[in-house]
Design a protein around this ligand. Sequence first.
Ligand SMILES: NC(=O)c1ccc[n+]([C@@H]2O[C@H](COP(=O)([O-])OP(=O)(O)OC[C@H]3O[C@@H](n4cnc5c(N)ncnc54)[C@H](OP(=O)(O)O)[C@@H]3O)[C@@H](O)[C@H]2O)c1
Length: 383
Amino acid sequence: MRVLLPLIALYGVLGAHAGSCKSEHKTQKSCDADHVTGGGCVWCDIVDQAPFCTELSDARQWPKPPQMPPWQCDFPPQPPAYPTVTLNNGIEMPVMALGTGGYNDSFAADAVAKALSVGMNHVHSAYDYYNLAGVGEGLRTQPRNSIFLTTMTSPCVHAAKPQRNVTDPNACYTLTLNELEKTLELLDVEYVDLVMLHGPSEPFGYLGGCDAAVCALNRAQWKAYMEFYVAGKARAIGVSNFCQSCLDCLLDTNFSAVVPAVNQIQLHVGMGYDPEGLFSYCRKRGIITQAYSPLAAGEVVKDPLCQSVGKHYNKTGAEVGVRWVLQQPFSPALVVKSDKLKNLQADLDAFSWSLTDEDVATLSKATTPKGQQNGRPSWGCSK
Ligand SMILES: NC(=O)c1ccc[n+]([C@@H]2O[C@H](COP(=O)([O-])OP(=O)(O)OC[C@H]3O[C@@H](n4cnc5c(N)ncnc54)[C@H](OP(=O)(O)O)[C@@H]3O)[C@@H](O)[C@H]2O)c1
């Protein structure tokens, strides 16, 4: 509660300066009348060819976005040419993003510019990809308000670069605030559309849940995120690689006013339907799951099952892999990666065709490829 009250007060101060942003925040997703199970917000998916509806139980599901600074009121975000998903604070996120992991600055600038040129207007970046300046350079090829820009900062306990073992929550909070500001500076933007904690403060490859010490560090980071959000420097805040126990810690009503909008986790053919129950868990709480490594870092491209299914549609194994992710009930968003115009266009083309339910079911039974972490959704936890 100590965390919450100052944020609510801050929200009140900002909210009192009602500016010219008059966006109507969508507050519900509902089934058609036949499938509504009760009052409140209901999300529906088609599972095994039948509607699967979950009623959201958490009263905080729909935190309003903070008062947006003037530059966003004057230049409101433009809708993309392909589907969007509504986040739990009402903002629209284009379903497909370009990922920039593994690129140096010049490759990142090139890939971002190419993706924007073919109409992909959601770009995903991270502090520890060490290419934010390159991403920023690519972004400047199009108006900022036509792009949905996502970034991530690193955990306080981190084995890879930026290597650190910051176990004091206060120090972790300060470090995160600084890293958030640094991220804006490197990207050379005034705000991002979504910022996510890259993972829980657990070692890479850890099996298990978030214990009390890690929960305290995650909360310290989330406190910094809420302040960044309330200040209008991010239009939404979320997490990545968070398992159920790590999310439970953030969702404690005595702690937090803001439910993560997104959990970015791994999903590709070979991991099956709803791995670890994490996707349905997020859906029940109004958290959008965004699949990373949808092609298992390239393994799906040559996967014999995907290639064989693709022949019936005149599509490649890669196209089948992307389409399978889009047709998963609990994963409406994804991050693809390519620096080739042809492949970026093929990835975007996934919105123009669909797999039959039978083919989706066949692909959902596959147990290979494994991708990262032996096919687990997160690299930082498993429960
Ligand atoms: N949050 C996290 O911890 C986390 C972890 C991993 C990844 N990510 C994000 O997710 C993004 C994507 O994941 P990923 O890098 O593991 O890879 P991925 O998207 O699973 O696969 C990328 C590979 O697929 C190929 N590809 C893409 N579209 C293709 C097409 N239409 N036809 C043929 N090949 C195609 C690319 O080759 P070409 O380049 O040759 O086209 C590239 O080698 C990353 O960049 C990163 O932003 C996040």
